[in-house]
Design a protein around this ligand. Structure first.
Ligand code: DAT
Ligand code: MG
Length: 169
């Protein structure tokens, strides 16, 4: 089954200059990148992304972490990718490795590059959607339809009046 998923290079991956290594490892799965961008994550996006974990004791630290708060400029950003391919979710999660970097396969991205901070935050370098449903929710949260080169979900045309937009001057 052809699937899509959201992959994020988290701020620790940016700070450690791991983007190239991560993309090389992911490229072994021979999938297609159909969307890509750099994002400064605001609190709202961070909280919506991790809304299922809002009752966890580590939620506030997780929200700070995905925003890159502890690193500051110029590492307070993520790289967001939409990948598409055969059984993409399971295969990319295998390459990413288990959530806990100490338990992750040492050859996986998280196993090789992740760490647990002394505060207990799992700095696991990448985000990887975990199901088709979650992938759709996350892709729609992070990307606009026009930012994805293949049409994957249905879209509609709306006319929005008086919407302020920034355009090239
Ligand atoms: P995954 O990112 O593998 O899908 P998840 O959705 O359960 O895992 O959790 C999201 C993130 O939250 C995860 O990448 C790291 C953090 N996290 C999860 N469980 C944690 C824990 N017990 N302690 C600290 N951080 C945790
Ligand atoms: Mg998850």
């Amino acid at each position: 089954m052809i699937e899509q998923l959201l992959i994020l290079v988290k701020p620790d991956g940016i700070k450690k200059s791991l983007t190239g290594n991560i993309l090389t490892k992911l490229s072994e799965a021979r999938m297609f990148i159909i969307g890509a961008k750099a994002v400064k994550v605001d609190k709202k996006l961070a909280e919506e992304h991790y809304y299922q974990l809002k009752d966890k004791p580590f939620f506030d630290e997780l929200v700070d972490y995905i925003q890159g708060k502890i690193y500051g400029e110029p590492w307070d950003r993520v790289l967001a990718f939409v990948y598409q391919g055969e059984n993409a979710i399971l295969r990319m999660r295998q390459i990413a490795g288990a959530t806990n970097p100490e338990e992750a396969d040492p050859v996986s991205i998280r196993g090789a590059y992740g760490r647990i901070t002394t505060k207990g935050v799992y700095e696991n370098v990448v985000h990887c959607s975990s199901s088709k449903l979650e992938a759709e929710r996350e892709i729609k949260l992070w990307f606009k339809p026009e930012e994805i080169v293949n049409p994957i979900y249905s879209v509609k045309k709306v006319t929005i009046e008086k919407e302020e937009r920034i355009i090239w001057a």
